[in-house]
Design a protein around this ligand. Sequence first.
Ligand SMILES: CC1=C(CCC(=O)O)c2cc3nc(cc4[nH]c(cc5[nH]c(cc1n2)c(C)c5CCC(=O)O)c(CCC(=O)O)c4C)C(CCC(=O)O)=C3C
Ligand SMILES: [Fe+2]
Length: 382
Amino acid sequence: MPDRPDLPDRPDTGPYDALLLLSFGGPEGPDDVVPFLENVTRGRGIPHERLKEVGKHYFLFGGVSPINAQNRELLDALRKEFADHGVDLPIHWGNRNWAPYLTDALREIADAGHRRVLVLATSAYASYSGCRQYRENLAASLAVLAEEGRPALRVDKLRHYFNHPGFVEPMAANTLAALAALPEEVRDGARLAFTTHSIPTASADTSGPVPGHGDGGAYVAQHLETARLVADRVREATGRDRDWQLVYQSRSGAPHIPWLEPDICDHLEQQHADGAPAVVMVPIGFVSDHMEVKYDLDTEAAAKAAELGLPVTRAATVGADPRFAAAVRDLVLERAATERGAAPVRCALGALGPSHDVCPAGCCPAAVRGRQQPRPAAAGTD
Ligand SMILES: CC1=C(CCC(=O)O)c2cc3nc(cc4[nH]c(cc5[nH]c(cc1n2)c(C)c5CCC(=O)O)c(CCC(=O)O)c4C)C(CCC(=O)O)=C3C
Ligand SMILES: [Fe+2]
């Protein structure tokens, strides 16, 4: 993230009195795996076979997902970044699917006397899973607190940061490092495969604000933008124009439902057949090197590449990179200033511009599941 000399030291974070890191959560031991998967898939119609298969991925790593440790590192980096710049805002942490749970985090926040909370979700893009589902989780947890008679919290969510320089620049640096890790003779011709979580095409098409709904929706448009921004930086740094493509991973759900394609493994086969000397996998869809990265890319896709004899490396995600921590500080101060009625600088690279602060009505709807009523969502217009 570029220096922001315009950001004051000891800055005003009002009206907010807490930041909440909101994430997915993951198992921390073998006994956690099945209950974790039950939490993730409750009411989502994922085939039993797929669940057994995904359970195996976790057991291959001792039943431990790296995601919670990575979020603890991110918390440390954020607290250091805030302390170094006089940002006096406590940071709490809660997850959708595993301890520490979101409801407990919100209880902690309320009991500490905080009332206005800003939320950082560990997803940089618009989608039901990465945005509205977290807003639904917030609404459900706030309802529990209200039932318990706790004072009301007001919750806002930080805007999508896929095109923030503090997300793009470390991703580009990590891509250059992954290129450098390839054997020298294949480096110059290596292609870039930007990867993200596949989602049903019906969810992608309706992702983002309603007027932007279209083929692939905001989900695909935002990922293409991040991919292009990273590819531009890699071209500038290496002086070589190389082929790149956005591809998908971690598909679940029933086979007859269309999900975003191509899958990374099919893409590697295609690249090999096409004569690509090497491929760098760049997981722009994720904020840390959690299980979807460690298994789906480093284990499954890496095995496919080995079978093909195709050299591959994988770029690290932003994780707890200080540039990403600085981006969060920037986004927090920006939003606080906006809420106070100021017009702060809103950092964004590329052509899409800074994303909306408040999700408009109809943004990233849940897939229609029978006659089910839409679930209440917090931190947005509906
Ligand atoms: C867009 C998106 C992100 C990125 C944005 C964000 O980060 O939020 C993401 C992240 C993650 N997904 C994760 C794990 C899982 N996702 C599943 C299932 C699903 N993901 C979906 C989408 C996404 N998922 C969807 C549409 C489903 C189908 C069921 C449903 O509609 O909900 C399942 C069920 C089994 C299966 O894989 O089929 C698991 C275990 C973990 C934790 C990894 C760890 O433990 O380290 C993380 C960070
Ligand atoms: Fe997922």
